[in-house]
Design a protein around this ligand. Structure first.
Ligand code: PLP
Length: 389
């Protein structure tokens, strides 16, 4: 198997498995208890908090552990609204993850949402952001990098604009963390979401960075865990795993980890662009994650391509959501102004530090022969889609 779908999820690093294993077995204490078994769990959670904080240049007390990126995103929006009862307007972008967009839209009519458009390169316009902020804006939330296209938004500039306007700023860094260096140390980011399974920790653990001094109202109430900011007994094994994964990611990035990802991604693109005619990169080549390649191939429906590539045990994904056999064009591609046809022929290839150059060249060969097969079965027109068997 060749796994090139690391924006969907990642393999758990073996050092992460090792770090969390004792907490699935003999170290099962509740961190809120005072005897040695519980105290050891508390110490492990505290250490993980330091490791996550260090990855993003935050203070340990600014890290709240959550169950996933979705919870962190939802909690950021919910808190901004609960803490500022008079403010009922939110500014975001049209290319956010559904954990932001659907949660915000569901709050209508009590919340008015401005979804900033993006250029064909996938970026928001900072001037449009400044113009969209109103006196009743509770929050600006803008993703650090898009999960589908890998496009990196001008987050630090946006955070500065929000700060100048006196508005809270949140960023969904779920698909950026671990792939590029991320730092909150400039001080304009008030909240930031992370998710462990995107950088080699297991699923089911995330974090919300909350800048010291920012008012906060919890999404989950109950026990006083996480300093009263997120109730629920800490998932100690997962939290330990997140801490270890954060430490490893920080070390990788300090050692040119992003450059190494880009080498693999560029090798893949080089091979594909040399062999396939009518192949297009979606979005800017510069401001994007070093691990992500989002491509459209003329006259090659992504659904057909994915059937053939998965037969060869190559894991990649399309930009389209497939439900009940019907393929919908990606709303991200639509927001970037692309045609439905181009959206329906888009694929996402996302590498990780665990991929090898041999895997990349084999993957390119599999994609190239799948494209040739589909094209040989399909007229070179905009004819109906033939689904390969
Ligand atoms: N935000 C972005 C940008 C994502 O890519 C994802 C996951 O795909 C999420 C939020 C949700 O994270 P989780 O799967 O941990 O809930």
């Amino acid at each position: 198997m060749i796994y090139l779908d690391n924006n969907a999820t990642t393999r758990v690093h073996e050092e992460v498995v090792e770090a969390m294993a004792p907490f699935l077995a003999e170290e099962y204490g509740n961190p809120s208890t005072g005897y040695p078994l519980g105290k050891r769990s508390r110490e492990a959670v505290d250490r993980a908090r330091e490791q996550v904080a260090e990855m993003i240049g935050a203070l340990p007390e600014e890290i709240i552990f959550t169950s996933c990126g979705t919870e962190s995103d939802n909690a950021a929006i919910a808190s901004a609204l609960a803490a500022q009862p008079g403010k009922r307007h939110l500014v975001t972008s049209s290319v956010e993850h559904s954990a932001i967009i659907l949660f915000a839209r569901a709050l209508a009519p009590d919340l008015e949402v401005t979804e900033l458009p993006v250029t064909t390169d996938g970026h928001i316009d900072p001037d449009a952001l400044a113009a969209a902020i109103r006196p009743d804006t509770a929050l600006v939330t803008l993703m650090w990098a898009n999960n589908e296209t890998g496009i990196i938004q001008p987050v630090l500039e946006a955070a500065q604009i929000a700060r100048k306007a006196g508005v809270l700023f949140h960023t969904d860094a779920v698909n950026a963390a671990g792939k590029i260096p991320i730092s909150v140390s400039e001080g304009n980011i008030d909240m930031l979401s992370l998710s462990g399974h995107k950088f080699h920790a297991p699923k089911g653990v995330g974090a919300l960075y909350l800048r010291r001094g920012v008012p906060y109202k919890p999404l989950l109430s109950g026990g006083g865990q996480e300093e009263g900011r997120r109730a629920g007994t800490e998932a100690v094994p997962q939290v330990v795993a997140l801490g270890k994964a954060a430490e490893l990611a920080r070390q990788r990035l300090a050692g040119n980890g992003a450059g190494k990802l880009a080498e693999l991604r560029d090798l893949l693109e080089e091979r594909l662009f040399a062999a396939i005619e009518g192949i297009h990169r979606n979005g800017t080549a510069e401001h994007r994650l070093p691990n992500t390649s989002h491509l459209s191939i003329d006259n090659v429906p992504a659904g057909d391509l994915l059937i053939l590539t998965s037969e060869k045990d190559l894991c990649i994904s399309s930009g389209s959501a497939c439900s009940t056999g019907k393929r919908d064009p990606s709303r991200i591609m639509q927001a970037m102004g692309h045609s439905d046809e181009r959206a329906l022929s888009s694929i996402r290839l996302s590498v990780s530090s665990m991929n090898t150059r041999d895997e990349i060249t084999d993957a390119a060969d599999i994609i190239i022969s799948a494209v040739e097969k589909i094209r040989s079965l399909r007229p070179q027109t905009n004819g109906p889609v033939i689904v390969a068997q």
